[in-house]
Write a protein that binds this ligand. Structure first.
Ligand code: P6P
Length: 340
């Protein structure tokens, strides 16, 4: 008899384990650790306005950004969940300058996986109650046994075995891929259970939403300026709508469901843009491609970039495939004009 209740995330992970090339059960346990941590963080995010957990700790993280208490809390929760279950051998986080070797127990000594994480993206929105999110990226280690090495983390995005995000908002969702499509799960807060609510998500090939911080317009490369003007023209179904929350996970999630494009370009003060390649752009790029979309740095596929530093930045253009292609067209034309 067909089950009437929707699949839970736990059931889904087990069901799909067989799809996964390396199905030893370890990746399933890793995803379950992330599931647990996201519930713990969600509980604090949802009551952040009620307890004295808002407000900067007076510290700064490795990015030199004011560290919100929830940033620190989320980082500790995810590291603890992954560490305690001994499902990974190494972790890199936006909140930590160096990667962490977590081969503490017998099992983690044998673990094949490393995780890179942005534990609470969009944290500047925490105290104004706007959606924030967690982003994670999972690789198989490339070094042999023994201590994890920097090379285990500096892998191109096309080597990811899984990636996903949690968006903490009006409802909390966990969205992830293991390379066989993208599925979204919504948390029932009363039961503490994630249910499959968005099976096999596909990004529309084009949309009418563009997400970019237009306050930086005068600093943008010419190709981006040209694309913004294109979005605003009154023809061929335009102007598009500008929607920018200031939280990558929230903007990406909306654009993935409705169609649209998110752009964080290079600009004069930051020639590599703002977003981090390893734990923001690669996981979101993997998800976008698995959902039929695209992710680029304006000129080439994000997942083909070869990282050289743990916290390196990259310009980021991601979302509906035809919209990303149009940005790349403007970028190439502008570059050609500048050279001529
Ligand atoms: P800006 C949040 O700090 C973040 O990394 C993304 O989540 C967000 O899209 C972007 O930066 C916002 O940056 O410069 O527009 O405020």
């Amino acid at each position: 008899m067909k089950s009437t209740s929707p699949l839970t995330l736990g059931e889904f992970i087990i069901d799909k384990q067989a799809d996964f090339q390396y199905s030893s059960g370890e990746l399933s346990r890793l995803l379950s650790a992330i599931r647990l941590a996201s519930k713990v963080v969600n509980q604090q995010v949802n009551k952040a306005g009620l307890v004295d957990i808002i407000g900067a700790m007076g510290n700064q993280n490795v990015q030199g950004e004011e560290q919100q208490k929830l940033d620190v809390f989320a980082n500790e929760v995810f590291i603890a969940a992954l560490n305690n279950r001994e499902v990974v051998c190494g972790i890199a986080s936006e909140e930590n300058e160096d990667f962490i070797d977590v081969r503490t127990g017998e099992n983690s000594q044998k673990s094949k996986y490393v995780v890179l994480i942005d534990p609470l993206d969009g944290s500047s929105n925490i105290d104004v109650n706007v959606n924030v999110g967690t982003i994670f990226s999972i690789y198989r280690r490339v070094s042999q046994d023994g201590p994890v090495q920097l090379e285990d983390f500096l892998q191109p995005g096309n080597k990811q075995v899984a990636a996903g995000y949690v968006v903490y908002g009006s409802s909390t969702m966990l969205v992830y891929t293991t390379g066989n499509g993208v599925n979204g799960f919504t948390l029932d807060p009363a039961l503490g259970v994630f249910y499959l609510s968005h099976p096999n998500i596909k990004i529309p090939t084009k949309g009418k939403i563009y997400s970019i911080n237009e306050g930086n317009y005068i600093k943008f490369p010419q190709g981006i300026k040209d694309y913004i003007k294109y979005c605003q023209e009154e023809k061929e179904g335009r102007p598009y709508t500008s929607r920018y929350i200031g939280s990558l996970v929230a903007d990406f999630h909306r654009n993935m469901l409705k169609g649209g494009i998110y752009i964080y370009p290079s600009y004069s003060q930051s020639p590599k843009g703002k977003l981090r390649l390893l734990y923001e752009c690669n996981p979101m790029g993997f998800l976008a491609e698995q959902a039929g979309g695209k992710a680029s740095n304006g000129f080439q596929r994000i997942l083909d970039l070869n990282p050289v530093e743990l916290h390196e930045r990259t310009p980021f253009v991601c979302g509906s495939s035809e919209m990303v292609e149009k940005v790349e067209e403007f970028m190439k034309n502008a570059e050609r004009n500048e050279k001529s």
